[in-house]
Design a protein around this ligand. Sequence first.
Ligand code: SF4
Ligand code: SF4
Length: 399
Amino acid sequence: MSVELRPLGVNCNIACQYCYQNPQRDAGNLTQSYDLELMKAAVEREGGSFILFGGEPLLLPEQDLEALWAWGLEKYGSNGIQTNGTLINDNHIRMFKQYQVQVGISIDGPSELNDVRWAGSLERTRQQTAQVEAVIERLLKEGIVPSLIVTLHRGNATPDKLPLMHDWFRSLDRAGIQSVRLHILQVDYSQIQNKYALSLIENIQALLSFAELEQELTTLTPDVFRDVENLLLATDNEATCVWRACDPYTTSAVRGVEGKGQRSNCGRTNKDGIDFVKADSAGYERYLALYHTPQEYGGCQGCRFFVMCKGQCPGTAIAGDWRNRTEHCSVWKQLFEYLEQRLLGQGKTPISLDANLHYLEENMLDDWQHGLNPSLNTKLNEMRAIAAQQPPLTCALES
Ligand code: SF4
Ligand code: SF4
């Protein structure tokens, strides 16, 4: 897990209308200044390497970017950045190459499909999107393969827009893009819900359509399908944080360092606009509670996908309350069921259909109670090793 270094906090040149960091902006919680040495010391304390994050990290003056990346390369052997791509210039590209910067770009589609990432006017928005598309092409020509983050919403994933999105994915695949992270829109405000959120059915249709499309792609892998398949097969050591029983007070997958070296959590759990102090040790109360709480009260009781899904990211919990399961529960259930069937068709047995699933559940609950959070893969291997040490049952008549 790398450190998210946020020199300018949530400051951003576009601040998308749906951004999960908007509660912080609305609360006026904006970073005004940073200190390179304090940040470096904090990264070292976290145990680096780091990825530059924002807001928009390319708002940083180029000489400071160069200083951070030169240090990062020397210390950790590589660097990373997550950017909206709108500010990338020739000098940035030079630095990406020189300092081995892995580049992640957030874009929701080509042309009008990216309009939700609004830049003040339609003309400016389209111009900005064209610029980011050109940057992606240029990076590929320069031998830098960016990964993409794509959020699904009414602007790009309603049934009329999906064919265009699929064509875009096919073209990204041909161009050599390897990794796309698909996000369901996280909604923090009712206006955004009304304007941009897909309906339950539309979200399901969109995700399943990408799961179908994935079969014909050669290099590009949307990570959500790989994750869900790996969880179903208990080969989940590399699963992304949303499937790993994240504690909202430590967010172990996200170790944030702010401009003055303060530690911070993943912004997805930050519903009040305030960066609360990061807790020193993780607790898994959310997962114990979800397992035992009936689904009609916001829990996950009785769901056969529980040890795989775990109620998903606490930042997407119903009503912004991490004690609840994700508000996208029905979407994930359908995806689990769809991929469950696909695996069965390949002759593989998902653990969600294993008669011994409850033993795995009991063992995971026991570990969470003791402050441990193993992958399913680790837990199953442990259970198998213990079972192998048990003496074989002997018949009383033999002795
Ligand atoms: S809050 Fe969600 S996105 Fe953030 S680290 Fe936890 S699981 Fe990951
Ligand atoms: S699919 Fe829904 S009920 Fe099942 S574990 Fe996930 S969030 Fe909970």
